[in-house]
Ligand binder design. Sequence first.
Ligand code: MN
Length: 321
Amino acid sequence: MSSKILVVGHRNPDNDSIAAAVGYAHLKNALAARDGEAGVEYVPARLGPLPVESAWMLEKSDIPEPVLIENVSPIVVDGEEVKQKVILVDHNEVAQAAPGIENAEVVEIIDHHRIADVTTANPILFLNLPIGSTATIVTLQFRQTGIELTPSIAAVLLSAILTDTVIMKSPTCTPVDVEQVNYLAGILGVDPVEFGMEIFRTRGGEDKMPIAKLVEADSKEFKCPDGSVVLIAQRETVDLPTVMGREGEIREHMKKLVDDNGYEFALLLVTDILAEGSQFIVEGDPARVNRVFGIECAEGGNWMPGVLSRKKQVAAPILAS
Ligand SMILES: [Mn+2]
């Protein structure tokens, strides 16, 4: 019987978590085949609905959706409970990982975030680089191992580098990311900026989208050093007026999230990728946000020019506060 190793990104998966799972599972299966490692299968998985651009990209590339899983708790095999083996991509933080992670065997981590709190019993490969996307790291791994990047996998990875780096405009984007973008775009024979705009344009329908989806589709919990838990959500848009036109509904929903989950605050960044900045919408106690950013959070939102990266420009200063 072949043993399965799940390759899974974070909760509320974004395009990078999906692409990294698909790409890295593909790479690991190809390596296993090349190196004669029999009986092991790497299975791309996800912890939530596909982002619209991921669904579009996978369908266009004729790649199956990663399997939807609810947890990584032990499973029963031949009457015995066994821990599931998992490779984490695009996260290494328990609050963002699959339920049951404490009782799974994490066998590798491929990431580009802060080092957080997932622990292991054994030494593992933990590849974490301070660069723009996990898909960039996966691309580097393809190139380093000499495994062929098929056009369909190249397209999926390219789409994720471009969404995670906001078409290379985010301050998280490094020369390494740009080099991989050009490499993948070369395989596909596309202009990377045009390709990126096409990806972002798949995210329409913000006038009618359920409010929970608009607010929560790309939301992450963070635990501050003093123990408070905060929610930082991001909506990247090419149509800021439409999203801000729903501010009342957005705030009502965020208030409920704060009440239901005991967050110190919930912060939504509505990021305008064309104007290159974000509107901050805060519910709950805004004191920490006010202090960290030197603002007074207000109705109507606070326009923060140049803020594109949740990780580098928002979560990091909040977690250091
Ligand atoms: Mn990422």
